[in-house]
Design a protein around this ligand. Structure first.
Ligand code: GLU
Length: 613
């Protein structure tokens, strides 16, 4: 089905959802705590998973964060400004998923030039880091994953502050200081603890208790703060103030950086516990740059799909999945929009496993990654030749040879198993009235990152370096994702912007470690090919096939489609929830629909400046 047709159908299907969201817009007089976001006394918008209207849109996992972005748009800021305000608020109210101690990737569609560009704010390894950094010298074997997670060793040079500043230098109209202010106020005022915040804190109680400073900031008497209680973090407010006054130099050359380096190099764990020390130095901080990168590009259903290139594998893997799905259409003579739900999920699983085989073999922060070939339709057509409509390929699917010379079917080249991975992170989408569009995914890797809080400054340090493979995944097969000096660990983050005839069409992103790739690809295909409204494409039960591990949410596991997949040889394991997606679709003439989760992790927050029916 053409995007045009789906757009028409879906617009009709949205009326009910919109009526629900609009009826929830409270009058400003009824909004307790209004005016805390620098938006004067303007109304605060409700927390709903979909909203349509004009003037710009924001979708994030949190109401305060989306509101912070909307307030910036209302005051005349553009999508870049709003994205940074939203991200800064997330760093306060969602401190376990992102923040100034982490990194991220920013994809931007420019309303003036029509071009899509990206900025890489990925954390970097210290200059001293070698490919043996995670090998225990005593045993010669890799450190246990959890030992590496909860350590100074896994702390990469934070990229988020430099990324925020570069985004504003490149695309913004406001000063970073003004965009941090609402978040700083919120940090002092605090949040009312909801179930999701409580649960995430409770899950981390034991490891947070390992680090007295983390315990002091995030726990109350050693426990997760109770649902309904107020939790605040004056220390992060102090850090934001420091950045407001002294700029991001305070991280890369100043007081915040010195505190961060001291703590990562010598983490203050509780008595009797010793954790691996970090290698990061002030010179590493000073050398860090957020980098402009070429976006990845794939064509799908006549649309242009732009994503994040190396050091992320997200844009490459999402694009390859989409190319493979088109190749399956050709091979079978049946379009993805025409098949049953079970057939759709089978195709999606096979495409995902195949793309993971290729990204594991070919993608990392090394020279010469064959991005263009991995994203070519010729490569996908060759890779699709083993596809069967009735049977799952044995896992692991071997990787292919993206060498530019494609036959009907190439011999299998070898295989690599999957590596462990985190499940944290957050993504946000923003659009404005000038045709600028953002998809921005940002992380500290695990929920709660390394578990180490910078003393006196209230923010958690990332454990992003555990995204490196600690040792080669398979003997004799080159591994592009081994640690190295100054190297950026391979990511799965997949902030994505789709254009239609050069005009903005869709912005999508999600957290979830390696499942990010499958979640983003699934939302895109559920929306484009499966006749779903955007909010329903996000809500659909998820499948994440990663060439070895194949996870499904409960709703899918216990459905007839789950049974059909198992009958074809898919080995499904429960993971629930998978991802926490957000999206914006651009409807033309300045109209946009923001969409977020309906129920996963308590639901997300979709907002527009001027809602309409
Ligand atoms: N560190 C992961 C990556 O960059 C993201 C963390 C997560 O979402 O769990 O792919």
């Amino acid at each position: 089905m053409s995007p045009q047709r789906s757009r028409t159908i879906l617009a009709a299907g949205l009326v009910g959802a919109l009526a629900t969201s609009l009826s929830l817009v409270a009058p400003s007089s009824a909004l307790a705590g209004g005016g805390h976001h620098g938006g004067g006394h303007r109304a605060q918008l409700p927390k709903v998973p979909t909203m349509t209207g004009y003037g710009g849109a924001v979708a994030s996992v949190d109401r305060d964060a989306s509101q912070a972005g909307i307030d910036v748009l209302r005051r005349g800021g553009n999508a870049a400004d709003a994205a940074i305000a939203t991200a800064a608020m997330l760093g306060v109210v969602e401190p376990y998923t992102s923040g100034i101690g982490g990194g991220g990737f920013f994809v931007w569609r420019d309303g003036r030039t029509g071009r899509v560009t990206t900025i890489d704010g990925r954390e970097a390894a210290p200059a001293s880091f070698t490919d043996k950094a995670f090998i225990d010298p005593a045993t010669g074997t890799p450190l246990p994953f959890t030992t590496a997670v909860n350590s100074g060793l896994s702390v990469g040079v934070p990229g988020t502050p430099a990324l925020w500043q570069r985004v504003l230098d490149r695309h913004g109209t406001k000063r970073l200081g003004s965009l941090l202010e609402p978040a700083e106020r919120k940090a002092v005022e605090g949040i009312v603890v909801d179930q999701s915040f409580h649960d995430l804190t409770a899950e981390n109680e034991a490891r947070f208790a390992t680090f007295p400073e983390t315990s002091r900031v995030f726990l109350r008497d050693g426990k997760a703060p109770a649902v309904g209680s107020r939790w605040n973090n004056p220390d992060i407010a102090r850090a934001y103030r420091e950045i407001r006054l002294h700029g991001v130099d305070s991280i890369y050359h100043g007081a915040l950086g010195r505190a961060l380096v001291a703590e990562a190099r010598n983490p203050s764990a509780k008595d009797g516990v010793s954790v691996p020390k970090g290698q990061i130095t002030m010179a590493d901080l000073a050398a860090y740059r957020a980098l402009d990168r070429q976006p990845t590009h794939a064509r799908y259903r006549g649309l242009d799909v732009y994503g994040m290139g190396v050091p992320s594998s997200g844009g490459i893997a999402v694009g390859e999945i989409l190319n493979l799905l088109e190749a399956y259409d050709q091979r079978t003579g049946r379009d993805l929009s025409e098949v049953s739900d079970a057939e759709y999920l089978h195709r999606f699983s096979e495409a995902s496993a195949t793309a993971f085989a290729d990204r594991n073999r070919w993608v990392g922060d090394v020279p010469g990654v064959p991005t263009r070939e991995l994203l070519s339709q010729g490569f996908a057509n060759e890779r699709a030749c083993t596809f069967s409509e009735s049977t799952a390929l044995p896992r692991p699917v071997p990787f292919g040879s993206p060498d530019g010379a494609y036959a009907a079917c190439a011999p299998a080249a070898g295989s690599t198993p999957a590596a462990p991975d985190g499940r944290s992170t957050t993504s946000l989408s923003v659009s404005d009235r000038w045709g600028n569009v953002v998809s921005f995914t940002t992380t500290i890797e695990q929920y709660g990152g390394s578990g180490i809080t910078v003393p006196g400054w209230g923010f958690l340090l990332n454990n992003e370096l555990t995204d490196f493979n600690f040792a080669p995944l398979a003997p004799g097969v080159p591994d592009p994702n081994l640690p190295g000096p100054g190297k950026r660990p391979r990511s799965s983050m997949s902030p994505t912007i789709i254009l239609r005839d050069g005009q903005p069409y869709l912005s999508v992103g999600s957290p979830g470690g390696a499942t990010i790739i499958t979640t983003v690809a699934q939302v895109i295909t559920e929306y484009l090919d499966r006749d779903k409204a955007l909010v329903d494409a996000i809500a659909a039960p998820r499948l994440s096939s990663r060439n070895g591990t194949e996870n499904a949410e409960q709703a899918l596991l216990s459905s007839p489609e789950g049974a059909a997949l198992r009958a074809q040889g898919h080995v499904l394991a429960l993971q629930d929830p998978i991802g926490n997606a957000v999206a914006i679709r651009l409807l033309g003439h300045g109209k946009a629909e923001a969409a977020a989760e309906t129920t996963r992790r308590g639901g997300g927050s979709a907002m527009v400046v001027r809602p309409t029916r």
